[in-house]
Design a protein around this ligand. Sequence first.
Ligand SMILES: Cc1cc2nc3c(=O)[nH]c(=O)nc-3n(C[C@H](O)[C@H](O)[C@H](O)COP(=O)(O)O)c2cc1C
Length: 316
Amino acid sequence: MKVLGIGCGRRNGNSEILLKHALKACEEDGFEVQLVRLHDWYIKPCTGCELCTKLGRDPEVKAGLKEKHCMYPWDADDYKQLTDMVKEADGLIFAAPAYHLMPPGILTVMLNRCHCVGLSNGAKFGKEERRVCASIGVGGSDWTSLFMPIINFVGSEMLGSQMHLVDQMKLHRTPAVGMVLCNQAALDRATQLGHNVAFELKKTEGPIEYHGEEGICPVCHNDLVVIRNGRCACAICDYEGDPIIEDGKIKAIKWDGGIEITRWSPKGAEHHDAEQLATVKLEKTGYIFTEEQKKAMEEGRKIWGKYLEPVMPTRK
Ligand SMILES: Cc1cc2nc3c(=O)[nH]c(=O)nc-3n(C[C@H](O)[C@H](O)[C@H](O)COP(=O)(O)O)c2cc1C
């Protein structure tokens, strides 16, 4: 069984050192381990052409008999090799620094391209067996509000839209390259994270359990909540609940019953499809527009297609 570590920080940087500690623990527990440093890989950004969305409607693709495709040829960049490794892996550990409150863009570039192979849009992605992910995040300060939720979301999407997070660790106030080596507690925590991944992968039955610190959301264990129609919703899972207010302060959230209504459930996928297709039909051949929609788009394109040419870069 394999555990793949995907890092997007500096060479020998803090997140990479923690990732290596976690991978070493997996290796000691009998797993084959691999490390990818995303900066070494050339991944073109998704253009939003939606070829893969159309192909996702193909019953053969849905059944996993045929692969979804991207408008980029598979040899245009390193994407195919990377996703083949992801599909082969039983466990995925992501490690990222905080850049402007978030993980670096290179991680979301990879995530966006996953649209063309992932389960979002109906195709199987990787093995049928039990698969899990874990996340490591390092910030120079404590400006990190968005990064763990996003890293965890990437992990779940890479597992085929399944929330199978088994652990996460977040480290603040570690700005200089490699200075995490002075923090034995953090190194030990990363080692424990690796053992937790291995432990969950070795289990052959029972639910996948989470070993990290509890967050506000009981599903993804993140703390990022949005307020919608006067209710709270986990920004990652879309799980809804009501705030419990005492002395004018939010003390907790009383979550609705049943996690089968989150983004990661079949019901959540149905809801996503219904939302996306509320205004237009989508078939294997592409979007099917009404006559009224076709007319409005044709006329609008004549005007807006010609308005304001984008400035092109001059560098050769
Ligand atoms: C472009 C850039 C933006 C950054 N933004 C943040 C930030 O928003 N919050 C934070 O805590 N640290 C921020 N940092 C600091 C890094 O997270 C920190 O140096 C971290 O140790 C880098 O991890 P690494 O050694 O694994 O690359 C930023 C660093 C860079 C280069």
